[in-house]
Design a protein around this ligand. Sequence first.
Ligand SMILES: [Zn+2]
Length: 442
Amino acid sequence: MRGLDFTRLIIRTLIVAFYFTIGGTASAIDAIDRMTAERLQAVHQTILKLAAERRNVPREGALHEYRANLHVHSAFSHDSRGKIEEIVAAARAAGTSVLMFTEHPASHYDVFVDGHKGTRDEVLLIPGAETNGMLVYPRQSIKEVESARPQDLSDFVRGRDGLTFLSHLEERMDWDIHGITGVEIYNTHADFKNEKRLISSMKNPLWLMKTADLIRQYPQEVFSALNDYPADYLQRWDVLCAQAPHTGVSANDSHQNIGLTVRLAEEGKVKIEDGLGEEVLTLEATVFAAIKPIPDDAKPGTVLFEMRLDPYEFSLRHVGTHLLLTELSQPAVWQALNNGRAFVAFDWIADATGFDFAAYASGQRYEMGSSPKIAADLKLKGQAPLSSHWKLIHNGKLLQESDGFNFESVVKEPGNYRIELWLNIVGEDRIWILSNPIYVSE
Ligand SMILES: [Zn+2]
């Protein structure tokens, strides 16, 4: 038997070695690899360490920074049950000051007229829609054009002081819509869609039950285990920015609809409901009891087990769009998004507040999104609240790399310059911040 065990061990070692050889690139790590108890614990410790090391860096210039979440669904949308009070509470917990809703249009409500607006608990609410492949933030009802061609819908909204962003780029890499405000440069749902192993695991209620303990301990780290560098999105964005400025924003695609509730039912059964409260499965109570004992005093209707993978707090903290505003108001948000004065940050790793990227020439400062003319003394400068790995991207190509809290580069050529900031988390390089470009003109 010992000989046989040893042979098995050798075979297993060879298989593992082979797996690492063929999958030896960075992309081989997926959400399932990141969801072991050891790795989640290590990531959690690193996040605490980064929070302790973080420096508050004062911002130069006249603008103030506010965190926004775009692409958020509430109970108006058919695929969410989110109540405004719980979404606002989650936003506050995640450090968000601007919630930009994107409901799926339906006949029983008007996205703009009925949508969430105004200020609630100091959080600015902006109504909008996810429709025709775009995030649409109109300033009036769009009922009459909801099913128009994307270009016509965008023209209608843009022509009436609204904003439009291409959404879910992975489904429309070939779209070339004129006059849009910008594009999603990261979408959480798109990031989730290529997690093949995670998706197949999630169809298994037994896997969900086992994972529930890890979620209770490390809810943010489990949620953000899906986080990869959005290479294809950024490639497309660079191409679009070469044609005209496009403000890059992040899309949370928050729904709070992935989860599982197990209730005791009549006649020795248990019922399993999905994250929207829809019944998906009925089991013999004895089958369930083999996994988790049922308390003696449980009655029909008693919740025996509950878990949620995507509560608003964790999906909103995961990624945010930081806006540089004159004040916290809808017109100021419009100014920032129309002019590219924004950056995207995976704040689940560390609060990116204070990050800065700007151009300087002749004593003048140019914010992200602006178009300074090439000049002998034109410099790009950056600062970050943590020592990080800086990558300067020029017209879609890596131009310069360095490490530290600060960054500086002399501009020699016109073109589009943007910054990527990376942090090493438990041996893995993770994208932390994506700036909007500075468009240096001839
Ligand atoms: Zn959506």
